[in-house]
Design a protein around this ligand. Structure first.
Ligand code: ZN
Length: 459
């Protein structure tokens, strides 16, 4: 049995792990890499033959975990994509959006067109949803089940039983007491764990999310009567934000200003969240029973118009604009932000992680000027960030993720899906806590799981 690391190695995006066992070739996640280092990697995102794969196990719908599934099908994959029901519904929306962004990017920047809406549609025929905690056997010695990860609606840890070993793929690990979502479930004692490390060296701000958002709105839209732009992933983060705004409204703490949700897929994904209210935490279910809806309220306007950035630009009253993508790479957030960078009445609030190479990261790093149509302009907008809405476990939660483990049984821990510094830090902490076989795999590195040795890797 071997496990090969084909993405999210020493970086956050592009999750892909190839497990070969009992004659099966299984890919865990098939994510889009937003941090590609060269053209070769960008043009050929698979360093394996998709035709030889039997199955994909999908942890959750986010594009950095699912975004290359249509390309996989386009290049000959004929197996099955297993995921939870909510992940299937969210992927239906998200893969179409990815196709649209692909097309736009390939036309604009003359980059490869990975897939279009037709391929996205075709790929959905290969999905097979399964409930949480329902073991599914691929053979006598190979089975898996999904366990609640609390990171996004439908997000799962995947527990694989193969050749009498237990291998846990963490997926993205959520946070306890997060709005809307149930807490992540503890994982069983394992032989091997592949764990994310996004916040491997950071502890989240110990602040009330509702208060942080409420205070920012007051300062950005009332004290300075301006506009607040919140770049946000359309799926997950936007629903969390809308739920908090709804709670603020119910508490009488939301000023009567317009809230534009400008993302073609935010409305659809909000509907999926509403449909799956029975899978949410107790607070969300009680709120829904009392108020009839989680997300619907006055002054909230969903926009699906192509030229929305231009139109909202002409709206001169204080307002909140929630727009994707959260990292400001592609999507409408780039249009909104570029139009407002020079506007000193504008505040831009980042509520999520921004990868290297994105406009979001450059702004967070203090970018002072920008160029447009050959002219240089000053960044006058206020740039703020908060991680109170992060859907990822922080350093302490990540350590907690390992608390159910038997250190004598656990043979190896593989750290992925994090910046190198975060991984190194978390590796040190695990070792300090008595986990002595922790590795940070390189891209392409393959491990023999029975023998616990590294076979080879592509530099
Ligand atoms: Zn995610």
């Amino acid at each position: 049995m071997t496990l090969q690391f084909l993405g999210a190695t020493e970086q956050v995006t592009g999750s892909k792990y190839l497990l070969e066992t009992d004659g099966f070739r299984i890919l865990v996640d098939c994510g889009f890499d937003m941090e590609v280092r060269n053209q070769e990697e960008f043009q050929h995102p698979f360093n394996f033959n998709p035709k030889t794969l039997d199955a994909v196990l999908l942890t959750h719908a986010h594009i950095d975990h699912s975004g290359l599934i249509p390309l996989l099908v386009k290049e000959g994959f004929t197996g099955t994509v297993y995921c939870t029901y909510a992940t299937y519904q969210l992927s239906r929306i998200l893969l179409f959006d990815a196709a649209r962004i692909n097309l736009r990017r390939s036309r604009k920047k003359k980059t490869p067109n990975f897939y279009g809406p037709r391929e996205a549609q075709e790929s959905l025929d290969y999905f097979r949803p399964i409930g949480f905690e329902q073991p599914y056997s691929l053979s006598d010695s190979l089975s898996f089940y999904f366990r609640q990860a609390g990171h996004l609606l439908g997000a799962a840890h995947i527990v694989v039983q193969a050749e009498e070993k237990t291998i846990v793929f963490s997926g993205d690990i959520g946070r306890p007491a997060y709005p809307l979502l149930p807490d992540p479930e503890p994982i069983p004692a394992a032989d091997f764990i592949v764990s994310e490390t996004t916040y491997g060296m950071r502890v989240h701000e110990d602040k009330n999310a509702e208060k942080v958002i409420g205070d920012t709105i007051r300062k950005s839209c009332v004290e300075i009567p301006g506009r607040l732009i919140i770049p946000s992933f359309s799926i997950g983060r936007t629903q969390t934000l809308l739920f908090l705004l709804n709670k603020l409204r119910v508490a009488g703490k939301l000023p009567p200003i317009k809230i534009f949700t400008d993302s073609p897929l935010a409305q659809k994904s909000t509907q999926v969240y509403q449909d799956f209210v029975d899978f949410m935490n107790k607070e969300a279910q009680e709120f829904n029973s009392r108020h009839g809806s989680l997300f619907d309220f006055d002054n909230l306007i969903y926009i699906s118009d192509m030229n929305s950035a231009e139109e909202i630009d002409r709206y001169n009253e204080p307002c909140i604009i929630i727009t994707s993508s959260g990292m400001v790479k592609g999507g409408k957030s780039e249009d909104h932000i570029m139009r407002n960078l020079e506007n000193s009445y504008c505040t831009i609030l980042f509520i999520g992680y921004c990868a290297e190479g994105t406009l979001g990261r450059r702004l967070l790093d203090g970018m002072a000027t920008f160029r447009q149509f050959g002219e240089e302009y000053k960044v006058n907008a206020r740039i703020l960030s908060t991680d109170v809405l992060s859907g990822h476990s922080d350093y302490n939660d990540l350590l907690n993720f390992f608390k159910t483990q038997n250190k004598h049984r656990l043979k190896k821990v593989f750290l992925v899906h994090g910046d190198k510094e975060a991984m190194e830090n978390f590796k040190g902490s695990l070792e300090h806590n008595g986990f002595d076989n922790v590795v940070i795999p390189k891209l392409g590195q393959r491990f023999e799981l029975a023998e616990e040795t590294s076979l080879n890797f592509r530099a």
